[in-house]
Design a protein around this ligand. Structure first.
Ligand SMILES: CC(C)(COP(=O)(O)OP(=O)(O)OC[C@H]1O[C@@H](n2cnc3c(N)ncnc32)[C@H](O)[C@@H]1OP(=O)(O)O)[C@@H](O)C(=O)NCCC(=O)NCCS
Length: 300
């Protein structure tokens, strides 16, 4: 079909976006999983200027979400109706999201994809992304977490804490929008840590993003610590595990890029297991740590 138009996504598109998303990922995961409308609404609200659909006389054929965390722009979730793969619908969607992030001043623009998907890796390489770091999803079953005194969660660290802590680890990184989104849409909470040698915060999601599925895991969207210190990390993890236990969630899930090699090793030693691998690819800038630990998942 002709006359494909790329336009900004709006809330009325989300039911069709959800269908395309489920169909597009069926080929990879072998199952149809619809996302909750709340997940899609909150994802759209994170950065509406960078979310688009591709539409022609046949209706919506593809979609792309992106988000902006200060200097970092990340792309995805992204999908095209499988009946129409390979017909130049993904490319203009990707360009639209990339341009929005670039025009908005992101100095780093990247994404996470499945390293074993030849199509995705080839597609992103063709459109200017370079392979960067492997990223891992780590999970631990939570039971009988020791409640040692001296370190805990705090609800606040004063104004600007999220930006100050984030930017001290990665230049210009700002999770404030994501923390506010968690609060507004009720999918999660942000906590700061008390009693560590450095500062830190965590943004946690306690609801499932999949329709009709009860959350089994407390999902760490971002864990940022100003010091790369084994004790700080393990104490932060213990706070998260304790909170998970208090919510009745049996697992904690933490994602980490290989840039955080020490942190990954410390989490594995503490009983975390790798449950998924992804790959980060960048088209602009380079994602570097200036110190500390930054554990996050770029896919929404
Ligand atoms: C990934 C996706 C969004 C791309 O959209 P699309 O409309 O199929 O892609 P386009 O038609 O715009 O681009 C296809 C181009 O990618 C490139 N490409 C694909 N496979 C490739 C490979 N193995 N090696 C090199 N280049 C490759 C080719 O240039 C191809 O065009 P060509 O065959 O005419 O040369 C879509 O395939 C999709 O929905 N996949 C399932 C969901 C998914 O994995 N989403 C991304 C998660 S990170």
């Amino acid at each position: 079909m002709s006359d494909l138009k790329i336009r900004n996504m709006d809330a009325a598109d989300l039911t069709r976006v959800n269908e395309i998303c489920a169909l597009a990922f069926y080929g990879y995961y072998g199952k149809i999983s619809l996302r909750t409308i709340e997940n899609l609404e909150s994802s759209l609200a994170l950065y509406p200027r960078g979310c688009f659909v591709a539409q022609d006389e046949g209706g919506i054929a593809g979609f792309i979400f992106s988000r902006k965390l200060g200097s970092l722009g990340s792309i995805g979730v992204f999908g095209v109706d499988p009946c129409r793969h390979g017909r130049d619908i993904g490319r203009p969607l990707l360009e639209a999201a990339y341009s929005a992030l670039e025009n908005d001043g992101c100095t780093m623009i990247g994404l996470e994809t499945m390293p074993d998907s030849l199509y995705n890796v080839g597609f992103y390489l063709k459109y200017g992304f370079d392979m960067q770091h492997p990223a891992l999803v780590l999970e631990k079953e939570v039971k009988d977490v020791e409640t040692s005194a001296g370190y805990d969660f705090a609800e606040s660290s004063g104004p600007g804490g999220i930006l100050r802590i984030g930017a001290s680890v990665v230049e210009g990184l700002d999770y404030s929008v994501e923390a506010a989104n968690a609060e507004k849409f009720g999918w999660g909470k942000t906590f700061f840590f008390k009693g560590l040698t450095g500062e830190g915060f965590v943004i946690l999601r306690h609801v499932s993003i999949i329709e009709d599925q009860i959350a089994k895991s407390l999902f760490v969207r971002a864990l940022v610590l100003t010091r790369e210190d084994r004790n700080d990390l393990l104490r932060a993890a213990a706070c998260i595990e304790r909170y998970s236990q208090s919510l009745g969630l049996g697992n904690v899930t933490i994602s980490a890029s290989a840039l955080n090699a020490n942190a990954v090793r410390w989490l594995i030693e503490a009983g975390y297991r790798v449950v998924k691998t992804s790959m980060r690819m960048m088209r602009k800038g380079s994602y570097k740590l200036s110190g500390g630990i930054e554990l996050s998942r770029w896919i929404m």
